[in-house]
Design a protein around this ligand. Structure first.
Ligand SMILES: [Fe+2]
Ligand SMILES: [Fe+2]
Length: 243
């Protein structure tokens, strides 16, 4: 398990994908011998929250839901939102540049390039819809629920704005976009013929695997931490309203 005295450099050697997680906290490379605690203090980062995110990323069996649930929704929402921006602003364009951009000629046959690009564009569209729903509906709703909960406010404005919407609706419709990502990987690994440009294909595969790992972790935080926390607050504020 990672603790506050762990050196940042050791974390990266353990799993280099963490570099992207660090960037979401505004941390970049060049750590010297600094520990997690030193870096978090310098950057004014909630160290307990940082440790929970890192530990849950490194070890899927480590998931102290109770601990993570104790953090304000705003902190969790901010982290999830920055992650969304990272997917749409960085990871997806990076993959797109190879698959659809100028250098994106992975295959000899035009049709195969077209097929890959087509599937990727569909995936991208789904991802944007998924993320937009969370950013524009679910997260603002959750923040308002927390406001009612913490400030013992009436739920009237919440009902006015969202009607009978509840976090349960979100969970039910929280479609598994990782499945489509799995299919996208398989198109390259299994179904299309050997590429004309194996290095480019390899780059895409590495990016897709990293994205998949990152997104699994992201969805786990949404479903196992974010949703139960909002649901608990919903129950409290609704019960209060009935009295
Ligand atoms: Fe999300
Ligand atoms: Fe999601």
């Amino acid at each position: 398990m990672i603790h506050e005295n762990t050196k940042m450099v050791d974390l990266i050697h353990r799993n280099y994908v963490l570099i992207t997680v660090f960037s979401r906290f505004g941390i970049s490379l060049g750590f010297g011998d600094k520990t997690i605690q030193q870096v978090c203090e310098e950057k004014n980062i909630n160290i307990r929250f940082f440790l929970e995110i890192i530990n849950s990323f490194l070890d899927h069996d480590y998931f102290p839901q109770e601990q993570l649930k104790s953090f304000p929704i705003k902190l969790i929402v901010d982290y999830l939102t920055i992650t969304h921006q990272y997917y749409l602003g960085k990871t997806i364009p990076e993959i797109e540049e190879i698959i659809s951009g100028e250098k994106g000629i992975c295959y000899e046959n035009k049709e195969h390039n077209y097929l890959l690009n087509n599937f990727f564009q569909e995936y991208k569209k789904e991802l944007i819809t998924h993320i937009t729903r969370e950013d524009e509906l679910v997260f603002p709703y959750a923040l308002q629920v927390e406001e009612c909960f913490l400030q013992h406010k009436s739920t009237d404005t919440l009902f006015e704005k969202y009607g009978n919407y509840s976090i349960g609706h979100y969970l039910q419709a929280h479609d598994n976009i990782e499945e489509k990502l799995f299919d996208l990987k398989n198109i390259i690994i299994k179904y299309l013929p050997p590429p004309k440009n194996p290095e480019l294909c390899y780059q895409v595969i590495v990016l897709l695997f990293n994205l998949e790992k990152d997104m699994n972790d992201h969805s786990r935080i949404e479903e196992k931490v974010f949703v139960p926390k909002v649901s608990m607050m919903e129950k409290v504020i609704l019960n209060k309203n009935k009295k």
